[in-house]
Design a binder for this molecule. Sequence first.
Ligand SMILES: Nc1nc2c(ncn2[C@@H]2O[C@H](COP(=O)(O)OP(=O)(O)O)[C@@H](O)[C@H]2O)c(=O)[nH]1
Ligand SMILES: [Mg+2]
Length: 421
Amino acid sequence: MSLAVVLYPYLKDEVGIRSPDAVLAESVALTRAIDLDVSHAEVIPLREIKANAYLGKGTIARLSSFLQGVEVVIMACRLSPLQQRNLEKEWHTKVIDKTALILEIFGQRARTREGVLQVELAHLTYARSRLVRSWTHLERQRGGSGFLGGPGETQIELDRRLLDDDITKIKKELSEVKKTRELHRRARRRVPYPIVALVGYTNAGKSTLFNRLTRADVMAKDMLFATLDPTMRHLKLPRGTDIILSDTVGFISDLPTELVMAFRATLEEVLEADVIVHVRDYAHPDTNAQKQDVENVLSDLGVRDKVDKGLIEVLNKIDLLSPEEQKRISTQKARHPDEFPISAISGQGIDAFLNRVELELMRDNHLCHLSLPIERGDLLAALYRKGQVIARRDYQKTISVSVYLPPAEIAHYQPFERRKK
Ligand SMILES: Nc1nc2c(ncn2[C@@H]2O[C@H](COP(=O)(O)OP(=O)(O)O)[C@@H](O)[C@H]2O)c(=O)[nH]1
Ligand SMILES: [Mg+2]
């Protein structure tokens, strides 16, 4: 795995609402989301932002000592192209800012055609804004020397026109794709199991929970799943229901505006999910405001009825709460029945949560009593995959099975229904 260093430089005098440590923690979680190992992370209070390299000379030199073997430095701020270039020169390593990092993540996570296009559009818009900025910067420099219209400017003007052409093309394609979106959504479904999606803010612990739950998965090598991306994995619930668990990018505070559409498009996969689980950082001071944000966006995206009905909520990181608070939560009878206090790290509370997810998936299932010919091992295997087998008896020529089946499967097994005695 490649190594990264994450830095959050901020102006000491500008006291934001969010603590610098919280911003840094979020950026670290985002960095991990693209499979980078973070070898060092640090908040850097600044008296001023330097126009040429963002940081001062002393700071740049001090940080060099952390860069042994590091492939990329993430600056959790907005860098001008000049600042980025100068930092790269000083540190002899790749440097990217927060917008570029998020674009990278979205690019990896975009699954639908629309998602891919939205991310591409955001990329181009980002590139264009940087061109314009460096262009005005050059213009200002040239102002004194009096030779306007030099080759540099023509080149930038040309680049800008090419970008504009691409942007127009993508916008056109996007509106086409949107028209056929519904058709695509139905055809897109590639997995045979129900999908359970983890949503929530970045740093809430979605990936930690995801990894914990899917770690012991023996089916990972199964061909069926070989083509699935690493953010979707098979998981067996306590009563035997097979699901695909899906880890999402998550919400990002202070999302750069040009990325808003791309963010929504990458969340589209959530619309396909059979169950949405809202993972919350319950130890975060803004946890209630975050919950509201998440629910508002999900409603806007088109899952309003699920949100109104109430999502299954995981109240994560309870290990960070004081013993008194932990006690209050665990004994709180008035708590909403769909809230599950857990710790993705210690593992407490996870079983109750998994049982609830399974119940949700079984809600519409019907109990069927079947009798299968002994040679139909294929059907038997499918029953174990698609339903919950609660009783089974093997005879010489038949196998008797009692199984909870989803409505869509029932007709398929009607020929094997056991006659009532
Ligand atoms: N104390 C504590 N830390 C947690 C827990 N779950 C996750 N974390 C930490 O929170 C940070 C973000 O976790 P991550 O899974 O990357 O969050 P994601 O952005 O939602 O995927 C990491 O440093 C985790 O170690 C938990 O239950 N307790
Ligand atoms: Mg994650």
